[in-house]
Design a protein around this ligand. Sequence first.
Ligand code: ATP
Ligand code: MG
Length: 656
Amino acid sequence: MADSTPPSQETLSNLLHETRSFPPPADLAANANVKADAYDKAAGDRLGFWEEQAHRLQWDQPWDTVLDWQPPFAKWFVNGRLNASVNCVDRHVANGLGDRVAYYWEGEPGDTRTITYAELKDLVSQAANALTELGVTRGDRVAIYMPMIPETIVAMLACARVGAVHMVVFGGFSVDALGQRLDDSQAKLVITADGGYRRGKASALKPAVDAAVADRPAVEKVLVVRRTGQDVEWTDRDVWWHDLVDSQSTEHTPESHDAENPLYIMYTSGTTAKPKGILHTTGGYLTQASYTHWAVFDLKPETDVYWCAADIGWVTGHSYIVYGPLSNAATTVLYEGTPDTPHRGRFWEIIEKYKVTIAYMAPTAIRTFMKWGDDIPAGFDLSSLRVIGSVGEPINPEAYVWYRKHIGGDRTPVVDTWWQTETGAIMVSPLPGVTSGKPGAAMRALPGIVADVVDENGDSVPDGEGGFIVIREPWPSMLRGIWGDPERYRDTYWSRFEGLYFPGDGAKKDEDGDLWLLGRVDDVMLVSGHNISTTEVESALVSHPSVAEAAVVGATDKVTGQAIVGFVILRSGAEEVSEETVKALRDHVGASLGPIAKPARLLAVPELPKTRSGKIMRRLLRDIAENREVGDTSTLTDSSIMDVIAKQLPSAKQDD
Ligand code: ATP
Ligand code: MG
């Protein structure tokens, strides 16, 4: 690929230009929880705005200062006291909402449970009493390694109730991953289950815990929920949940905790490096989780049925299955299993069955559904939906439009929500009653959040240009640090730009000043002096009818600095990209983004390496494209996929 474009000075190229836009439905706009005036109001008095949002919660003692900011360390609602579990459960019961359904739980095999707020209060109280009996008190860390069952949420809330710090580890993580997190957090209790159901089978969990705790004496007890009934090994350290918890009193008097009491540690998925224990505290976190869940999804708790398909082992599950919805007294669907069990319409069947009105899922799932075909969702009644959301990765315009049309009936707004484990809650997103959404854009920082896009020097870029997304002011649900490592906290997030929080993502402002997230800065490709985002090239590839999914990386190239190598899953299922298709795809990308963005090579793959939360791990593909030994694959959904890709791709070797 000959290229004579001169090197440019821009931080990140703005290549994709999107003209489609979808205004909010009139009735939604008229009745929206948040209207357009919220932005200016919050900008005029940011701390006053967050103070007003904190009044969504029930405080045992009011704060005396909204924000104490000793950069980069923040305290919100200083000296305020509250109990997160009381805010999520007890107060709703006290307000007469005890009969409202908190969770419709759907097990993968089709077993179900309906749990009201009154029942949830009893369950959480019993579990809190059990924790106390096990000697768990304020500040202790409790690891939770569970399937997606109600007890997982009960365990989290029971920890919050007694002031212990929960640390949920995704139930599919390996012994090593669990062990590493146990070491780092020094948890004294592990709560687990015999197993859970995934892909139609009982999949064991306890053996991994047994192996992980075998040489970790810091773990005193293992509390085990019986979910599948499969055989388990047993030692004196183990306690059955049904023996210990079910016999406890349903009365438990909650203590109040400081607003800055640690609520949980969540290890980031580790797409980039050694997992970091992100620490969240109570008052500010709950305030922003609650506000954003209500604002971004336009939640009407009396009538909505809300469903977030993420796993609880991911921050999205914490903020938008547990703390956000419960603090708003919402009715939430909780589903244990995978989207293709027992059939590929399972998600749509759940929406039809529970008349879900708000659904929230990841672009990786949406692209998979696109691949499976339009006729699958068409077989279900999805007319109850009124807002649908996306989180986890940039949503390609093509996937957005498909989601809106085939799931949202061309009627529902799509909210593309940008945030990360570290931010604790949504930061940039459309508001469904205000924003005319553009496919692929996260649009604007929410009221009370000050985001910007800057160049290498930290200067704000003009509209129409790309750079790094930064957050200019502290926000209530911001991480309070990395567990046990304040230096890493400073280095990772606060050292790149003086006084600015740096999330590590690229972004651009379009001609209207709306924000588009462009993927991780580490993944940006430098081609002939242009910094090209992976997102734009991948979006161009998936907008071609022959491509179901795509990942691109920059591989070292003698001529251009880096050359773009594209890994594509072809809709036809073909194992090689034919010469015509290579040409068609290169031309298509060239026509969408300009010749600079044309991939130098295109390789067909059966699957892409993804983390548990569905994110493409481009660094592993870069290893392959540059013919290196593949790096750490421990957080992959399926680590064998790298062997499959490497074996299938002798042509990936750089031999020229
Ligand atoms: P690690 O930091 O250990 O590599 P991770 O970043 O994958 O893990 P998360 O905190 O779950 O873990 O993911 C947050 C990241 O996901 C964001 O920084 C961003 O790169 C991406 N992301 C999330 N939502 C969006 C979105 N709506 N648009 C674009 N990117 C998104
Ligand atoms: Mg991250």
